[in-house]
Design a protein around this ligand. Sequence first.
Ligand SMILES: [Mg+2]
Length: 197
Amino acid sequence: MNSSSGVSCVTAFAIMRSDQVFALIDCNSFYASCERVFRPDLAKTPIVVLSNNDGCVIARSYDAKPYVKMGEPYFQAKDKLRRHGIMAFSSNYALYGDMSERVMTLIEAMVPATEIYSIDECFADLSGIQENLTQFGRKVRSKIFQCTGIPVGVGIAGTKTSPSWPITRPSACRPRLEVWSTSPIRASEIGFCGTPR
Ligand SMILES: [Mg+2]
């Protein structure tokens, strides 16, 4: 299965029981993923999205990240994009706002409470959810992908302000790491399935 299927390799670590459990659900390369939803022919083509008036790069698909920096001026990157077969899109904020609403609505329907943090990420309160959190994270990810075409990462921790959030969020080198937690949560849910690539 590929990384966009929503159900491929999953890594999760959970160690200690706690009453409060939160997930940070973060859309992967959100603007680029939105563009891909409507251009499925570009599933394997690296994509960047440009700021207003095509000024600079403001989003990159994970396969474009090794070649283009965030904020790089488009006029400077043009030749490089062509050389590496990277497709550039003008930004479409109406589309991104609409896709964000769809993703957030799905999350809200699956968890007791949410706090939208930005256009492409939200905190979800998982306290009281009885099922295995790794499986629940997979279910959230799979549902969002099936309904919207947007791949997301799900990080789980005992607090919203956990210092582990920044290091547990998806990065260019971990596009397939889909559900994870470095914070202790539930002893019974320690899991490792597949190899992050
Ligand atoms: Mg994101």
